[in-house]
Design a protein around this ligand. Structure first.
Ligand code: PLP
Length: 367
C-alpha cells in the first residue's frame, strides 16, 4: 500500500475528534454523559430554523444550489460586501483544504503558530508533504506571536493562518497588531484570518474582523462558521470572505453541490434574527466567567478566554485524568495533539453540565 498511495499521506496524522457520546455509552453504560469537547453551542437551534430544516426534507431528491447563491446574497447583505466576496463550504474546514489545494505549490509552505487548530497542518501536509508546514512559537501568554511569525517568513512561505481567537488557547491578538501585520506582509503571501469564534469575543474588545481588507487586498481571506454561535455544527457549513479574484481560484477546486440543501437553508434562516446569537453569547459569557472563577478556587491554572471554551492545566497526568473523566461520563479534550500535553480544553456548556464536569474533576483530583 505504501508505494500505492500519495506519499504525502504517509506523513499525516489523521484528525482525531473528541469521543462520541454513543461510543462512551456503549463502553461504560453510564446514566449521564456530558460532552464538552468540541466547542459546540449547548442550545437547541431556534424553532424557525428547525421548521425550515423540516420543510427542506421534501426537496432532498434534488441537488442543492451549487454555489449557495441565496445564502451568499444574505451574507453579503449582512456584512456589507458583494455576493462575489463570499464562498460557502461544508464547514470552514472544507475551505481550509480548498485554500491549500488552490494556492500551495511544490516547495511552498504554510506558516502558523504552534498550539493552534490542527487542520492547517493536515491540509498543508496532504497537499505538499510535511516539509510544507512550519510553525512559530507563541508568546508566554499563549497568544499568537506575530513577531515570531514575521521572523519565520522567507521566500518559501505562501500561506499564513492566523486563528483569532485561537483554538485551543482561547486567546486573541489585538486588532491593531493584526492590522499592522497584514499591512507589512508581502502581498504574494496569502493571510487567512480564521475567525471561527469571533462572535464570542467580548463586545468592546480591540478585535479585527478583517472585513475592511476584503475588497482592497487580494491576499486576505476571512473564514467564518455556522458551527459555533449559530449552533449548526451537525450540518457542516462555513464560509470564506475574500476578493472575487482570490475566491474564483478557490471555486476551481470546490466540489459541485458541496453544501447540502438543508445546511444552506438552515444557515439562511439563522441569519434572519440575531436573538439566538445574542442569547448564546450572553450565556457563554456568564458561564465562562463562573467556570473560570470556580477553576481558580480549585487552584487550577486556567487561561482567560475570548471563546466558548477554556484551556486549563490540571498539574497531573492528562492521559490518566482524561481516562478517569471518561469513566465518570465527562468528555473533554486532552491537548497533546495540539502541542500542549499538560493541558486540557473544556467547552462552556449549560451551568448544570459545567457543574457535573467540576464535580467529577474535584472527585478525581481529590479537592
Ligand atoms: C479555529 C477553528 N477553525 C475552524 C473550525 C472548523 O469549523 P467548521 O465546523 O466550520 O468546519 C474550528 C472548529 O472547531 C476551529 O476551532
Amino acid at each position: 500500500m505504501k508505494n500505492f498511495v500519495n506519499p504525502n499521506l504517509l506523513e499525516l496524522m489523521p484528525y482525531k475528534p473528541g469521543k462520541p457520546v454513543e461510543e462512551l455509552q456503549r463502553t461504560y453504560n453510564l446514566d449521564r454523559i456530558v460532552k464538552l469537547a468540541s466547542n459546540e453551542n449547548p442550545f437547541q437551534i431556534p424553532e424557525n430554523v428547525k421548521n425550515k430544516i423540516r420543510e427542506e426534507i421534501d426537496n432532498i431528491a434534488t441537488y442543492p444550489c451549487s454555489d449557495s447563491h441565496y445564502l451568499r446574497m444574505a451574507i453579503a447583505e449582512k456584512s456589507g460586501l458583494g455576493i462575489d466576496n463570499i464562498m460557502v463550504g461544508a464547514g470552514s474546514v472544507e475551505i481550509i483544504k480548498m485554500i491549500t489545494r488552490a494556492f500551495l505549490n511544490p516547495g511552498e509552505k504554510v506558516l502558523t503558530s504552534e498550539k493552534t487548530f490542527l487542520m492547517y497542518k493536515i491540509a498543508a501536509i496532504e497537499t505538499q508533504g510535511a516539509v510544507s508546514f512550519i510553525e512559530a512559537e507563541m508568546d508566554s501568554d499563549f497568544r499568537f506571536s506575530l513577531s515570531n511569525i514575521m521572523d519565520k517568513i522567507d521566500k518559501s512561505v505562501k500561506i499564513i493562518f492566523l486563528t483569532n481567537p485561537n483554538n485551543p488557547t482561547g486567546t486573541i491578538v489585538d486588532g491593531k497588531e493584526i492590522a499592522k501585520f497584514i499591512e507589512s506582509v508581502p502581498e504574494n503571501i496569502l493571510v487567512v484570518l480564521d475567525n471561527a469564534y469571533e462572535e464570542y469575543v467580548s463586545r468592546g474588545a480591540d478585535y479585527l474582523t478583517g472585513l475592511e481588507y476584503i475588497n482592497n487586498k487580494k491576499n486576505v481571506i476571512v473564514l467564518r462558521t455556522f458551527s459555533k454561535v449559530y449552533g449548526l455544527a451537525g450540518l457542516r457549513i462555513g464560509y470564506a470572505l475574500g476578493h472575487p479574484e482570490t475566491l474564483s481560484m478557490l471555486s476551481r477546486v470546490k466540489a459541485p453541490f458541496n453544501v447540502t440543501r438543508i445546511a444552506q437553508n438552515a444557515a439562511l434562516e439563522s441569519l434572519k434574527s440575531d436573538d439566538f446569537k445574542n442569547k448564546s453569547y450572553e450565556l457563554n459569557k456568564k458561564n465562562k466567567s463562573l467556570l473560570l472563577s470556580q477553576m481558580s478556587e480549585l487552584g487550577i491554572k486556567t487561561i482567560p478566554s475570548e471563546t466558548n471554551f477554556l484551556m486549563f492545566f490540571p498539574e497531573t497526568d492528562v492521559t490518566d485524568l482524561n481516562d478517569k473523566l471518561l469513566k465518570e461520563g465527562v468528555i473533554i479534550r486532552p491537548l497533546r495533539a495540539f502541542g500542549v500535553p499538560d493541558a486540557m480544553r473544556v467547552t462552556i456548556g449549560f451551568e448544570e453540565d459545567n457543574d457535573f464536569f467540576l464535580e467529577k474533576l474535584k472527585k478525581i483530583l481529590g479537592r
